[in-house]
Design a protein around this ligand. Structure first.
Ligand SMILES: NC(=O)c1ccc[n+]([C@@H]2O[C@H](COP(=O)([O-])OP(=O)(O)OC[C@H]3O[C@@H](n4cnc5c(N)ncnc54)[C@H](OP(=O)(O)O)[C@@H]3O)[C@@H](O)[C@H]2O)c1
Length: 277
């Protein structure tokens, strides 16, 4: 893998790829110089440089915002993705794109395999599903990688804080509320980026893959583990998701099952390493 374009290199996930791939092999594309919603420039740029791989880490990730501003979510998560897929097919580049567990309705406590029936319960999930479908319709070489409950350190201070940083901040008050009826698989962006690079270098064919740290937790379990590792004395009160005012509905069981690829380590092990460094 020598000639890679990384779009959205300063976000939670993008910044991990930027650290892992040698600088000579990667072109970083970020706003304002590179805007994926500028369809023509994006296509021209990809056509001009013969990229072997295009990694798309750009996205509209405001789950609640998508309820009232679906146009913006769709523009970035579906229309821009279709344009990227076309540019990649025309240039014979492999497109790496990320999607979410929120394409499923989250009613199945056993979780969801790569082929399970999709049925998003919120507008963000809907916009991401449109992006998946667009790539499949365009064709070419692609990996759609679904993931969930991502955390890490984005490269910019203004970027959205992940759950881990948020809970550490809230925990300083000595008392927090933790949701018990939302279950997921907390996933470290660094582990996801490493597993993605392995997938790119493998013989796998185009398709949908699930990459997540193994195991599962409620938001409350996750918060408690953070405080245990950080040695913080925080009183954690149980709460239902419905007790928080949020525009978007959350799936109860956002559980992606990885049935196609080597499994990544447990979420607890990954979290320990993340917080101890
Ligand atoms: N975070 C999660 O819990 C989670 C869960 C499941 C799936 N995912 C998926 O994983 C992927 C990465 O998510 P993330 O959490 O790393 O996202 P993120 O931290 O919000 O980063 C998104 C990146 O996209 C860039 N971007 C936004 N609009 C752009 C545009 N018009 N042109 C170019 N770049 C643009 C942002 O740049 P600026 O700095 O300029 O805004 C930022 O670098 C996304 O596809 C997301 O849907 C995330």
């Amino acid at each position: 893998m020598s000639n890679i374009l990384l779009i959205g290199s300063r976000g939670t996930l993008g910044s991990e790829f930027a650290k892992l791939v040698p600088k000579n092999n990667i072109a970083l594309a970020d706003r304002p110089d590179f805007d994926v919603t500028d369809f023509e420039s994006t296509k021209n740029f990809i056509h001009q440089h013969n990229f072997e791989v295009v990694i798309n880490c750009s996205a509209y990730t405001n789950v609640d915002g998508a309820e009232t501003d679906f146009d913006s979510a769709k523009l970035l998560n579906a229309d821009a993705v279709k344009n990227l897929a076309e540019a990649c097919r025309e240039s014979n580049s492999t497109l790496i794109h990320f999607s979410t567990g929120m394409v499923f309705d989250g009613t199945n406590a056993e979780g969801y395999s790569e082929e399970a029936l999709t049925n998003p319960v919120n507008k963000y999930g809907e916009s991401k599903l449109l992006g998946e479908k667009a790539i499949q319709e365009v064709g070419g070489k692609y990996f759609i990688i679904r993931t969930e409950w991502l955390y890490g350190k984005p490269a910019t201070k203004t970027a959205k804080k992940s759950f881990v940083e948020l809970m550490i901040e809230l925990g300083k008050s000595g008392k927090v509320k933790g949701v018990t009826d939302e279950i997921g698989k907390p996933t470290w962006a660094k582990d996801l980026a490493e597993a993605t690079l392995e997938l790119i270098n493998s013989e796998q064919t185009s398709g949908i893959y699930h990459l997540i740290n193994e195991g599962q937790a409620s938001r409350l379990d996750w918060a408690k583990k953070i405080y245990q590792i950080m040695d913080m004395d925080v009183e954690c009160e149980e709460a239902l998701g419905s007790s928080f005012q949020r525009a978007a509905r959350r799936p109860n069981y956002e559980l992606l099952n990885n049935t196609k690829l080597p499994k990544i380590r447990s979420w607890q092990e990954a979290l320990e390493e993340y917080l101890n460094n």
